[in-house]
Design a binder for this molecule. Structure first.
Ligand code: FAD
Ligand code: NAP
Length: 312
C-alpha cells in the first residue's frame, strides 16, 4: 500500500520551504517535491535587501540554504521530481510525477512562476549562447562585453545594475518611455554611468553562427530598425530577458478556480477544493515577494493541519 502523506508540497521555493517548516514542526508527515533546484526564483538574485533581517551580503542562495536546513531539521522529506498530473477530486489527493505517484490528505501548491519569453525570432535558438534569463547565473560569461537587458520592471533594472559589475556597457531596451521599476531602483540605474536606455524599442530578431552575433531592434514609435553586430574582437554579446513571469498553474486549470492564470485562494490559502491550499507567487495577490511567500506558506501549513484534524 502506497504511503499517504499528511501534506505534500509542490514546489521548493520560499513558500514551499516555509510551508514545509511549519508542517514538519507540527509533526505532520510532509513531503516537498521540487522539479529543479530547491529555492525557486530567489536563487537568481545575488542580493536581497528587503527581506526582514537580511542586512548585508545576503543572496538568494544563502537565505535559501538556511531555510532548507531548518525544514530538514523538522523531518521534512524532499524529493526531486516534476509533478505532471493531479487528481484532487477525492479525499486522498493523487499527484503523478515523472518518477513516481504520490498520495496525500492535503496538498499545498507552491509552484510559483517562471520567466516569460520575448517571443522574437532566434530567442529560443540562442538560449545559453547569448540569451539568458538569469544574471546571477550567466553574468560572468559577458565580462568586458556589451550586454542588453530587455524589460522595465524591478527585475530588469536591478539585474542591469548587477550586470554592470561584469559588462562593458549595459543597455536597457524597454517597450515604453517610462520604467515600471520602483523609483529607488530607477534612480540607481539612471545614475550609473555604464547604463543607457533604448526607449520605445523591441528586439525583432537575434541571429549568429552558433553564438549570438547580431540583433535587430525596432523603434516602436517610428518603425526605424537598428542593427547591432558584435565586433570581431568581442565575437558575441549578451541579451538578458526580464519581461515578467507567468504562474506555473497549467496542471491545475481544469481542477481549480484561476484568475488571470493565478490560483484563487482566500487569506487562509484555501482554494476552491477542500484540503488543497495555494501559497506564494502562484496565487492571486498584490505583492509577490519572499516575505509574502513565506507568510503564505506558514498559513497554508497551519490550515492544512486543521483540515487534517477535521478528517479524524
Ligand atoms: P518560486 O520561487 O517560483 O518557487 C516555485 C518552485 O516550484 C520552483 O522551484 C519550481 O521549480 C517549482 N515547481 C514548479 N512547478 C513544479 C512542478 N510541477 N513540480 C515540482 N516543482 C515545481 N523578492 C524579494 O522579496 N526580494 C528580492 O530582492 C527579490 N528579487 C528577485 C529577483 C529576481 C531575479 C526574481 C525573478 C524574483 C525576485 N523576487 C524578490 C521575487 C521572489 O523571488 C518571489 O516572490 C519568490 O521566490 C516566490 O516564491 P514561491 O515559493 O512562491 O515561488
Ligand atoms: P514586471 O513587473 O511584470 O515587469 C515586466 C517588464 O517587462 C515591464 O516593464 C513590461 O513592460 C516588460 N514586458 C512585458 N512583456 C514584454 C514583452 N513581451 N516584450 C518586452 N517587454 C515586455 O516583472 P518583474 O520586473 O520581473 O517583477 C515581477 C515581480 O517581482 C514584481 O512584483 C516585482 O515587484 C517583484 N520583484 C521585486 C524586486 C524587489 O523588490 N527588489 C526585485 C525583482 C522583482 P511594461 O512596463 O510596458 O508593462
Amino acid at each position: 500500500m502506497m504511503k499517504v502523506y499528511d501534506v505534500v508540497i509542490i514546489g521548493g521555493g520560499p513558500a514551499g520551504l516555509s510551508a514545509a517548516l511549519y508542517a514538519g514542526r507540527a509533526t505532520l508527515s510532509t513531503l516537498l517535491i521540487e522539479k529543479e533546484q530547491v529555492g525557486g526564483q530567489i536563487m537568481m538574485t545575488s542580493e536581497i535587501e528587503n527581506y526582514p533581517g537580511c542586512v548585508e551580503e545576503e543572496s538568494g542562495a544563502t537565505l535559501i540554504d538556511r531555510m532548507k536546513k531548518q525544514a530538514a531539521h523538522f523531518g521534512v522529506e524532499t524529493i526531486s521530481d516534476e509533478i505532471t498530473e493531479v487528481d484532487l477530486s477525492q479525499k486522498v489527493k493523487v499527484l503523478k510525477g515523472q518518477q513516481e505517484t504520490y498520495r496525500a490528505k492535503s496538498i499545498i501548491i507552491a509552484s510559483g512562476a517562471a520567466s516569460k519569453r520575448l517571443g522574437c525570432e532566434g530567442e529560443e535558438q540562442f538560449i545559453g549562447r547569448g540569451v539568458s534569463y538569469c544574471a546571477t547565473c550567466d553574468a560572468s560569461f559577458f565580462r568586458g562585453l556589451d550586454v542588453f537587458v530587455v524589460g522595465g520592471g524591478d527585475t530588469a533594472v536591478e539585474e542591469a545594475l548587477f550586470l554592470t559589475k561584469f559588462a562593458r556597457k549595459v543597455s536597457i531596451i524597454h517597450r515604453r518611455d517610462q520604467l515600471r521599476a520602483a523609483k529607488s531602483i530607477q534612480e540607481k540605474a539612471k545614475k550609473n554611468p555604464k547604463i543607457d536606455f533604448m526607449w520605445d524599442s523591441a528586439i525583432e530578431s537575434l541571429s549568429g553562427d552558433g553564438i549570438l552575433e547580431k540583433m535587430v531592434i525596432k523603434n516602436l514609435k517610428t518603425g526605424e530598425k537598428t542593427e547591432y553586430i558584435a565586433s570581431p574582437e568581442d565575437m558575441t554579446f549578451g541579451v538578458f530577458v526580464f519581461v515578467g513571469y507567468a504562474p506555473n498553474t497549467a496542471l491545475f486549470k481544469e481542477e481549480l478556480e484561476l484568475e488571470n492564470g493565478y490560483i484563487k485562494a482566500d487569506d487562509m490559502m484555501k482554494t476552491s477544493i477542500d484540503g488543497v491550499f495555494a501559497a506564494g507567487d502562484v496565487r492571486v495577490k498584490s505583492l509577490r515577494q519572499v516575505v509574502t511567500a513565506v507568510s503564505d506558506g506558514a498559513i497554508g501549513a497551519v490550515q492544512a493541519e486543521k483540515y487534517i484534524d477535521s478528517l479524524e
